[in-house]
Design a protein around this ligand. Structure first.
Ligand code: TMP
Length: 223
């Protein structure tokens, strides 16, 4: 797959969305079932998919630092460079279905639309850190910002979640613009619906695109 970047046998799916869209919960549920069915897969997240990345994630989300926007951008990219090289590409090369919670579009949405950093710079860095690896499919879990934020854990918010509502609105609108500019790569899912409905739609999308290649039909029948 993949037209300009590295070649591989597997399938690369990324999940995107504003805060509180529920993608992490969905991917955890799915992973359990894929495991039970013996489907070769890797569920991972950006930032924090490697041992090095976990440290970077801790720094990025900590409320102990005031992080300059450019430093923030470079930290996300450092995490991604390690993640692609150490985990994502090897799994794709062996033929696995790789599902990554956030990837390059998060940087365009948060650092581009949210922080208003230069899009050309972001695209150049995204290209570098990923070695040109673009997802085969990206699912946008779309939810209105206030709705998503209201679903977050009450016990405290990380540095990104604490940004004001206007920042989060720019992120959400940014995602919608990215999706409409890349209709071949994106599927949009209404994440404001009930959890079981989202679960069903998420699986339907995966199974429609990759059911045969990764034996996902069985997963569909287990909802
Ligand atoms: P999450 O994985 O729990 O959603 O937390 C990651 C946070 O980092 C989330 O607020 C989105 C943000 N983020 C960026 O700002 N830029 C990025 O490139 C990525 C991957 C995430």
């Amino acid at each position: 797959m993949n037209q300009t970047g590295p070649t591989y046998k597997g399938t690369f799916v990324t999940l995107e969305g504003p805060e509180g869209a529920g993608k992490t919960t969905q991917v955890k549920l799915l992973s359990k079932e894929l495991k039970a069915l013996g489907v070769d897969h890797e569920v991972t997240r950006d930032p924090g998919g490697t041992a090095l990345g976990k440290q970077i994630r801790r720094i990025l989300l900590s409320n102990d630092y005031v992080v300059a926007p450019l430093a923030e951008l470079l930290l996300y990219q450092a995490d991604r460079a390690q993640h692609v090289a150490e985990k994502i590409l090897p799994a794709l090369e062996r033929g696995a279905l790789v599902i990554c919670d956030r990837y390059i579009d998060s940087t365009v949405a948060y650092q581009g639309y949210g922080r208003e950093l230069d899009f050309e710079l972001i695209n150049t860095l995204n290209q570098m850190s990923t070695q040109g690896l673009t997802p085969d499919l990206t699912i946008l879990f779309d939810i209105e910002s206030a709705d998503g934020l209201s679903r977050l854990h009450p016990g405290g918010h990380d540095r990104m979640e604490r940004e004001d509502i206007e920042f989060h609105r720019r992120v959400r609108e940014g995602y919608r613009k990215i999706a409409s500019a890349n209709p071949d790569r994106f599927e949009i899912l209404d994440a404001s619906k009930a959890m079981t409905t989202v679960q069903e739609e998420f699986r339907k999308i995966l199974s429609t695109h990759f059911g045969e290649r990764h034996r996902l039909a069985e997963v569909m029948t287990r909802i």
